[in-house]
Design a protein around this ligand. Structure first.
Ligand SMILES: Cc1cc2nc3c(=O)[nH]c(=O)nc-3n(C[C@H](O)[C@H](O)[C@H](O)COP(=O)(O)O)c2cc1C
Length: 291
């Protein structure tokens, strides 16, 4: 299944791009509206994109009252709602307000590098949300944690149904002449191709740690990138930064994914699922059966 990464596609502005996906993931919604950080909030670097948007969003009330119903009538694909907040209660209240008929999955954004407020612990948030809703919960984790596999295990024990990996990593860019930070808040989240090796490692570690379904993302620009995430243990793949430069990326990556599978000598991308794992050491690994 191919999705967009949260915050990288506005489906109400570009519904034709969203309709190429198997499910649409919303921008992260917080209880109250947020204007986000002051400009400048985006910087292009030779190594990827830095964004310091700071979770700008219309807030829960407007999202539930206006935007989600519009998304439901505009798109005929499942909608995953990305939920954020600054306490377990913030997250749980938004989860409780979501209806299964509108939100197929809730993605808990436990990993935004662009806000200063510290959230409660990941497992605590997941446990509170688990009590608040029967809707499937995916925990979106950061690869910045020294042991992301341990965090994955903790959120799995707290009731997460799946994982989304990875969010951006904190970085900075300087103006080459003034040597001052380009972004108003100095740092932002790095995304794009340079994230791919980090994403592969995080997906590999979290699949080995939990066996949970994983949406892999981070630097996917080609079908080969997507196939490699699947080989590390991702069941689904999300496109992020690539959507800003290539709105046709969903169709292109889908076609390339089939070609990459063919090059790998298998009939379908599913046939390489978790192949990067050693079956002896990783009990979750399902090896493909060869005649
Ligand atoms: C402009 C921008 C806005 C983003 N906003 C969100 C967000 O609201 N919630 C979230 O969980 N991730 C957000 N992300 C992170 C992406 O969903 C994704 O995890 C990250 O960009 C890595 O994928 P990529 O390298 O393919 O872009 C944002 C990324 C970008 C570039």
């Amino acid at each position: 299944m191919l999705l967009n990464a949260s915050g990288c596609l506005d489906a109400l502005v570009a519904p034709d791009v969203a309709r190429q996906l198997d499910a649409f993931v919303t921008k992260t919604i917080t209880p109250l509206p947020r204007e986000g950080n002051a400009p400048q909030r985006i910087a292009e670097t030779a190594h990827g994109m830095l964004n310091a948007i700071g979770l700008a969003n219309p807030g829960r009330e407007r999202f539930l009252g206006e935007m989600l119903p519009r998304l439901v009538v505009t798109l005929d694909i499942p909608i995953w709602v990305s939920v954020g907040g600054f306490s377990a209660q913030d997250y749980a209240e938004t989860c409780a307000a979501l209806d299964r008929s509108e939100a197929a999955v809730i993605e808990l954004n436990l990993s935004c590098p662009n806000v200063d407020e510290a959230a409660d612990g990941a497992a605590e948030i997941v446990a509170a949300c688990r009590d608040a809703t029967p809707i499937p919960l995916y925990a979106k984790l950061s690869a910045a944690h020294p042991d992301v596999g341990a965090v994955a295990r903790a959120v799995a024990d707290a009731g997460a149904d799946g994982l989304s990996l990875i969010n951006t990593l904190r970085g900075a860019a300087l103006d080459p002449r003034t040597l001052k930070p380009v972004l108003a808040r100095t740092t932002g989240g790095l995304s794009g191709p340079s994230l791919k090796p980090v994403a592969l490692a995080a997906v590999h570690a979290c699949y080995a740690a939990t066996g949970l379904p994983i949406v892999g993302m981070g630097g996917v620009t080609t079908g080969q990138d997507a196939l490699e995430l699947i080989a590390c243990g991702a069941r689904d793949v999300a496109l992020g930064t690539v959507l800003f430069s290539d709105p046709d990326a969903p169709a292109r990556v889908r076609a390339e994914l089939a070609e990459a599978a063919e090059r790998a000598g298998v009939a379908s991308p599913d046939d390489v699922f978790a192949d990067a794992h050693d079956a002896e050491k990783h009990p979750h690994t399902r090896r493909k059966v060869t005649a």
